[in-house]
Design a protein around this ligand. Structure first.
Ligand SMILES: [Zn+2]
Length: 468
């Protein structure tokens, strides 16, 4: 099978016109839509930032992380070990110093922070241990939009065969030096730009012990009322150079039914066929769109599944806190190269070593991330209270919404697709209106609305609720 066969087909913004090319606006606040796809907008600043992402920088970051010998969450973090450059404490201090270096280069534009807590004894925690997440905040420039946060994360802890091993060599180059390197590299290049919205670059620990770091961070964000619009979790994005790998795609996993959906929400999802339209899934579609717009070399391969079969990762902590979150992972994992003691047995090499990582691939995955993060941080807030009119039985469909509070929407687009289609097939600009009527039956399609700013940055798409 070629990678094209495996990639979910997505019709581009320009493609799939369905006839008439004009819209007839019906008053200022309403539009009657006759299907026209809106052109994509390539932001030259975002394009330039993507070109600054460097495979060499990614490689030196991963090699540096490996140099700490182990980044087990329960490894050393005393001052002596930190100054000797060994253990998770040294790794944490180095990540922090990198964020601080990027911040100095942009005139102090990043707020570099640590989120530390004591994790009590558990199955993989033999004695209480301090776990520290490190993050950098690129605060948005527009006061209203700055409340909106997009976040990229990877876990900097590592492990070998025995998750309780505190000192054995645990290089974790791919799992998850690669994801940590993506957070760092996105911070390095995007901190040179200014965005209306806020971007957080995060590196968590405790993942291999039971997602402790991400759980703490996500629950903290929830308790603070942070408005996190999107979480991109990169875990095992090293593009392991083994037979069967496809270096042209990165899998993007997203949940179907939102974790924590209420009984009423579940009833609505069942009634409307909403199983494929969680906020996390709209985020996955958004990542596909931005990768197409910026022509990234690695293409997102949408997986309609929360994570790999029966497995999990840090994005689930964010889903559980009610946030839209997806996981990016290489196409095919090599299990000899993760969670293994470094060794050779019968000629087979085991261990998560840098030599198995494809640094160009990691850089390309960083570009997929940066394109989505920058586009979201540049975009206006999504439209509010999106509804689909249902009071009369009719074959046209009318969608209504509220203008987002940031006042930056210069117009809106109504999206729709056949119920069986994986991604949006039509995107119709309707201008600066608050409702639009489409000559398509709501029985046969799924609708969404997104806001567009003056330049052409698009918000996340919001699926309507029925207006009853
Ligand atoms: Zn991992």
């Amino acid at each position: 099978m070629t990678s094209d066969d495996k990639t979910v087909r997505v019709i581009s913004w320009r493609a799939a016109r369905i006839g008439l090319q004009s819209i007839a606006a019906v008053g200022f606040l309403s539009a009657f839509v006759l299907a026209q796809n809106a052109p994509a907008y390539v932001d030259p600043q975002i394009e330039a930032a993507l070109s600054q992402i460097s495979a060499g920088q990614v490689q030196s970051n991963i090699e540096k992380l490996v140099s700490f010998q182990t980044r087990s969450t329960i490894s050393a973090q005393d001052p002596g070990s930190i100054s000797a450059g060994k253990g998770i404490g040294a790794a944490r201090e180095w990540i922090k110093s990198e964020f601080e270096r990027y911040s100095r280069d942009c005139g102090g534009c990043l707020e570099v922070k640590a989120d530390s807590f004591i994790q009590p004894v558990g199955e993989r925690i033999p004695s209480p241990v301090e776990i520290t997440n490190v993050y950098a905040v690129l605060r948005g420039t527009n006061p209203e939009d700055a409340k909106r946060i997009v976040l990229v994360t990877g876990h900097y802890d590592s492990r070998i065969s025995d998750p309780l091993d505190q000192s054995g060599v645990a290089p974790g180059a791919n799992d998850d030096g690669s994801g940590t390197a993506v957070s760092l590299e996105c911070a390095r290049v995007l901190s040179r730009l200014k965005f209306p919205g806020t971007i957080i670059f995060l590196a968590v620990a405790g993942e291999e012990q039971a997602l402790y770091g991400s759980e703490h961070f996500a629950q903290f964000a929830k308790s603070q009322g942070w408005q996190i619009e999107a979480v991109l979790n990169n875990d095992i994005v090293g593009g392991d150079r083994s037979p069967g790998q496809d270096p042209k795609v990165v899998r993007v996993f997203s949940e179907s039914i939102p974790e924590g959906a209420s009984e009423a929400q579940l009833r609505m999802i069942r009634a409307l066929g909403g199983e494929n339209d969680s906020a996390s899934r709209e985020l996955a579609r958004y990542i596909v769109q931005t990768s197409r717009i910026y022509r990234t070399e690695v293409a997102p391969l949408i997986e309609f599944r929360r994570d790999r079969y029966l497995r999990g990762g840090d994005h689930i902590s964010f889903n559980e806190a009610g946030f839209a979150a997806v996981r990016l992972t290489e196409f095919q994992e090599n299990y000899n190269h993760q969670h293994q003691n470094v060794r050779t047995e019968n000629g087979t090499e085991y261990g998560d070593l840098p030599k198995f990582v494809d640094f160009d691939y990691v850089a390309n995955v960083a570009r997929v991330n940066a394109a989505a993060l920058a586009s979201l941080a540049a975009a206006p807030a999504p439209p509010g209270d999106v509804r689909l009119r249902t009071k009369d039985l009719e074959n046209d469909s009318t969608v209504l919404w509220e203008a987002p509070a940031d006042g930056r929407a210069a117009g809106y687009e109504v999206l729709w697709r056949a119920t069986a289609a994986p991604d949006w097939e039509h995107a119709q600009s309707v201008g600066k209106v608050l409702q639009a009527t489409v000559p398509v039956s709501k029985d046969n399609v799924i609708f969404a609305v997104q806001a567009v700013d003056e330049a052409g940055h698009r918000s996340l798409a919001v699926v309507p609720s029925p207006e009853q």
